[in-house]
Every structure is written in structure tokens, then in C-alpha cells.
Write a protein that binds this ligand. Structure first.
Ligand SMILES: [Zn+2]
Length: 287
């Protein structure tokens, strides 16, 4: 199987067997974010790496291979991407959301038996929910938008809502929180550095991020009762400072669900997205 991860600036792919990457991870840049460009780049990677079936993670709302909407790839709205790729490649193709791909990949790498939630703290906050071996997608393709769990506050989110988790733990939210205290940072790493060097305002921003992450963890665990909650993405470099989120969960969550959940920290999730892309193809073949 070939696992493919489509990003804003490039497409990455690798061969995957039994939940493990078995080739180099090849990457080609995207010149434009058009359907034609994406199809030809994926075809190029398929010619190079092979694969009797192909699974793709795509940013946006995807249901049964059709892109229902994608803020970063507006031209794809309504496009049957799986169908277009199948026609171009001549092999079965499955397409799903990229964050769901990362969650599904982690699920597969961990043995494919657990109910799992992945929360990714990066530029935005995303993630996926895998229950009984399947990503939770919903009929509209927009379920499990974990960055937009309401945790409070007055900052407006890129999604149009107010008080989303992303406004506390995504890069834009952290930058805004620093600016509210009169300090300019460009990323979470800057903030961690400032906190390490004893800047009280940076501590306050990270403490607030941890508290609101904790509230989101309570909601996730109370709602889905997963075996595992994995926290990944760039901000997990500040893991030690985010740990109070887990205390928050232990203190306020529903006891039977909290007592069985394991919280793990994962860092980068790029490799999981490729494994999970391939897993979309495996799920489709079993359907
Ligand atoms: Zn939002």
C-alpha cells in the first residue's frame, strides 16, 4: 500500500505494510493548490514508489473520498478526489481527512485494538477520534473537529467561533495571549524559551494553555471514554509545562472513564499521517 499525506506546500508518500513504513518517505512540492496539480503529484509519487492500493490524508472535510470543504484548498470543494486519483493511477484509492489519518496511523502503530483520541497542538489544533477501529467522521464529514471544543474565553477563532481550544493552544492563540501581555512571539517554541528564562508573562500564557487543554481533555474523556489520549504536535516540546492539563483531567473527569485512560505525549505526527493514509485504503478494502 502507498500512504500519502497532502500538505499545504507539498505531498509526502511512502510504502506501508502492516502498519509500518517500509520505504523512504518521498516528498514533492505543490506549485499550486489545484486538483490537477495534486493528482499529478500523487501520480508521480505512485510511479516512483508503487503500491497496489493508495490511501490519502487530505486537509479538509472528507467523506467517502469526496472533499466536502477545505479552507486551505477551496478549489477541492465537492471534488471526488478518490475517484479522480483512481482514474489517474489505475488502482483503488481511499481519501480521508489528514488529522483523522494521523489518529488512525497512531492507532495502527499501537496495535489497532484501542479506542484512541489524538490531539495535535500545532499552528492550529486538530486531531481525530478512532472508536472501534474507525475514525469518527459524521455524515457531513465535519465530526471530531477537536481544536474547536469550547473551553471559554473571549478570543475569536479562525473557524468563526469564540473560545475554542485552538484560541488557547494553537500558535495564533499563543501569539495573541503573549501580545495581550505586551510581548511579541512568533511560535510556541519562543514562548517556552521565554518561560525557561524566567519570564513571568510566558509562564502565565503556558499555564493558561495547560488549564484550557485540561478542560478539553475532560470533555474528550467524558465524551468518548477512550483507552488512550495522545497529545502531539510542536507545542508538546513544552510537555513539562502542559502536564497540569493531565491533573485537571484527573480532578474533574468522570471517574470510571478517567481511571482507565492513558495519556501519552507524541511529538511529531507526520509519520502517523502516512501510515494512517494507507490504513484508509485497508479499511476501504475490508468494507
Ligand atoms: Zn474554532
Amino acid at each position: 500500500m502507498l500512504g500519502v499525506d497532502i500538505g499545504g506546500t507539498g505531498v509526502r508518500a511512502a510504502r506501508v505494510a502492516d502498519g509500518a513504513i517500509t520505504s523512504e518517505v518521498a516528498r514533492v512540492p505543490l506549485q499550486v493548490r489545484s486538483v490537477g496539480e495534486v493528482v499529478s503529484r500523487v501520480a508521480e509519487l505512485h510511479r516512483e514508489l508503487g503500491g497496489t492500493s493508495v490511501g490519502v490524508g487530505m486537509p479538509g472535510f472528507v467523506r467517502q473520498g469526496v472533499v466536502l470543504g477545505s479552507p486551505n484548498f477551496p478549489e477541492f470543494t465537492g471534488v471526488d478526489l478518490a475517484g479522480a486519483l483512481r482514474d489517474a493511477l489505475g488502482v483503488p484509492v481511499a481519501v480521508g481527512n489528514d488529522a483523522n489519518a494521523a489518529a488512525l496511523g497512531l492507532w495502527r502503530v499501537r496495535g489497532g485494538t484501542e479506542d484512541l483520541v489524538l490531539l495535535t497542538l500545532g499552528t492550529g489544533v486538530g486531531g481525530g477520534v478512532i472508536l472501534e477501529g474507525r475514525p469518527l467522521v459524521g455524515r457531513g464529514g465535519t465530526a471530531a473537529e477537536l481544536g474547536h471544543i469550547y473551553v471559554g474565553g473571549a478570543r475569536r477563532c479562525g473557524c468563526g467561533g469564540i473560545g475554542c481550544l485552538e484560541t488557547w493552544c494553537g500558535t495564533v492563540g499563543l501569539v495573541a495571549a503573549a501580545a495581550e501581555r505586551g510581548h511579541a512571539v512568533t511560535c510556541g517554541e519562543d514562548l517556552v524559551e521565554a518561560a525557561e528564562s524566567g519570564e513571568v508573562w510566558a509562564d502565565e500564557v503556558l499555564d493558561a494553555a495547560a488549564e484550557h487543554l485540561g478542560k478539553a481533555l475532560v470533555t474528550l474523556v467524558n465524551t468518548f471514554a477512550p483507552d488512550v489520549v495522545a497529545i502531539g504536535g510542536g507545542l508538546t516540546a513544552a510537555r513539562a509545562r502542559l502536564m497540569p492539563a493531565v491533573d485537571w483531567l484527573r480532578r474533574y473527569g468522570v471517574p470510571p472513564s478517567v481511571s482507565r485512560v492513558e495519556v501519552i505525549w507524541e511529538g511529531a505526527v507526520d509519520a502517523f499521517a502516512i501510515v494512517g493514509g494507507a490504513e484508509f485504503a485497508a479499511l476501504q478494502a475490508r468494507r
